[in-house]
Design a protein around this ligand. Structure first.
Ligand code: ATP
Length: 233
């Protein structure tokens, strides 16, 4: 479904990605792991076209994403839950959910407001609340719901549970497990390795703008050297 090959990205004269390679099959859950500043967000933002690639290729469902505008990439079926949530502060919770809703790909059982409320019942009681008055947990649930309302084939979450209380974090992991169970592919960045190892099929460790290790949760569990060297666990 997604094949990233030899991807390079620069911020001005400073290079952030040095030949990134990764791939994901339909329905898989993959993580990008690595210490701060290693290039996880840059990888996501380059896939989405928010940051321009300087070289390499990103194929999604046979379409080349390099050089494509972000909204066209989104229309191909990639939903982003960005770092910091980026909820529209001056729209209500309900307005945030419907503002970008669409079913471009014509999926047969599309996401609706009611389905999002089933996934996150907490949101159903906050329909009229303005985006900036929601708690961090509510904003993250809303950011996930908003991305689902675009009916993506691939959901990408950058820092899925950053700054959230343990109970809310568990709600997010439960929801992601349910979403993955419906067959949607997911790429997730987060610092909670143990939670990620429970839900993901495949992990990519990013070090200085390159993937230096990839494997399953069982392989990561067994490879203490890689975990210590690259992740400090
Ligand atoms: P974190 O977990 O801290 O977000 P990360 O692995 O997502 O880290 P990136 O944010 O992708 O890492 O950063 C990769 C490199 O690119 C770092 O050296 C960072 O300083 C640099 N970088 C990121 N954004 C910019 C920017 N807008 N301008 C210049 N350099 C940037």
């Amino acid at each position: 479904m997604l094949v990233v090959e030899n991807l390079t990205t620069h911020y001005g004269s400073s290079q952030a990605l040095f030949g990134m390679n990764l791939s994901l099959e339909a329905g898989q859950v993959a993580t990008l792991l690595g210490r701060n500043g290693m290039g996880k967000t840059t990888t996501i933002n380059t896939i989405m076209g928010i940051v321009k690639a300087s070289g390499g290729s990103i194929k999604f469902d046979g379409h080349e994403l390099v050089g494509r505008e972000s909204f066209r990439t989104a229309n191909l079926g990639i939903g982003l839950v960005p770092e910091g949530r980026q909820i529209f502060p001056n729209l209500s919770m309900m307005e945030n959910l419907v503002a970008t809703a669409s079913n471009h790909l014509g999926v047969s059982d599309p996401w609706t407001v009611d389905k999002v409320f089933e996934l996150f019942p907490e949101l159903a009681t906050r329909k009229g609340s303005m985006g900036n008055l929601l708690s961090g947990g509510e904003q993250q649930m809303l950011a996930i719901g908003r991305a689902l309302m675009t009916n993506p084939k691939l959901l990408i979450l950058d820092e899925a549970t950053e700054g959230l209380a343990p109970l809310v974090r568990q709600k997010i992991w439960t929801a992601l497990t349910e979403i993955a169970g419906s067959g949607m592919a997911i790429i997730v960045v987060d610092k909670n390795l143990r939670d990620l190892m429970r839900i993901a099929d495949r992990h990519f460790i990013v070090q200085r703008g390159q993937v230096v290790w990839s494997g399953s949760s069982a392989e990561l569990e067994a490879d203490e050297t890689a975990r210590r060297q690259y992740l400090g666990f």
